[in-house]
Design a protein around this ligand. Sequence first.
Ligand code: ACO
Length: 332
Amino acid sequence: MGKITAAVTAVGGYVPESILSNKDLEKMVDTSDEWITTRTGVKERRILKDPEKALSDIGVEIVKEICDKRGISPTELDLIIVGTITGDYRFPATANIICDKAGATKAWGFDLNAACSGFLFSLTVGTQFIESGKYEKVLVIGADVMSSILDYTDRATCIIFGDGGGGVLLEPNTENLGIIDTIMKNDGSGREFLFQPVGGSRTPVTPENVAAGEHFIYQEGRAVFKYAVSNMADVSVAIMERNNLTGDTVDWLVPHQANLRIISATANRMGLSEEKVMINIEKYGNTTSGTIPLCLWEWENQLKKGDNIILSAFGGGFTWGAIYLKWAYNPR
Ligand code: ACO
């Protein structure tokens, strides 16, 4: 028998119904639709408004869709990994809650924190359990409820992010389809440019720091942009080179949707034409761990067996990486 690879065999996604447009934001902070559109590419984003709902509810929808599409029961899942920075609670892990609510009674699970690279890091970890032969059904989710940690008086951050996410099912494959190669990176010295200052063991929550808004996301956008634009392109080119891929033989780039300018710079460095790049930032903004699976979810019906796909992300931490994925099925 040939080598076992981890193939994606189904995709699911979920975004909340409520839309927050650039026009809405114009009424909340000193900004404009024109500024947001030209600087980021975002036109609107989804917000999880229902106070009874949290990240696990998004996760359950994703699990249900994936199991329905694949024709399996959640009870057949072995493991659920959730890439996120906005779990229901600091603990327990949201993966536990999703297993419970979705009826994934056999599965165990955990959350993985790598900011905007959360889905790629989780996919890399999930792949190991399939390749080793340990498990046959690993479900990997990337999702975030960014509205829960945003300050809607801070125009530097609130215009970028949205809520939602997606996921994939990984199963063993012997045709050399699925995850072919991964490169994951981090550089913790970048932590000061993009982080949530308060709420961890470094600075626990106090009435004073909450009143000062320090429990919200802090980002020095210009500094992050500089690192993001070079690292995301570098790692994407590196994974192409080491797998002998060119702009002609790559079928799709699935970039993290943080900023249209970062996506364009990455695609240019890879020598890709525009129609090969998945972009939905205008509809959903930056959903952190959610962006890449949300793209796969929206483009699933255009993907063909054997397509060469590069997934690429850069996020807080700093974290970044790229995955070479060979698609395993034709549109159903
Ligand atoms: N509306 C209007 N003006 C604004 C806004 C706004 N919403 N925000 C900032 N400005 C102003 C600034 O005050 C500044 O004014 P000044 O020149 O008078 O000082 C000017 O616009 C330019 O500000 P910059 O911050 O330099 O704008 P920039 O072009 O860098 O765009 C942005 C900001 C969109 C945040 C960009 O820097 C970016 O995309 N950075 C990378 C984000 C990223 O990739 N993050 C990683 C993933 S997220 C994660 O991991 C959780």
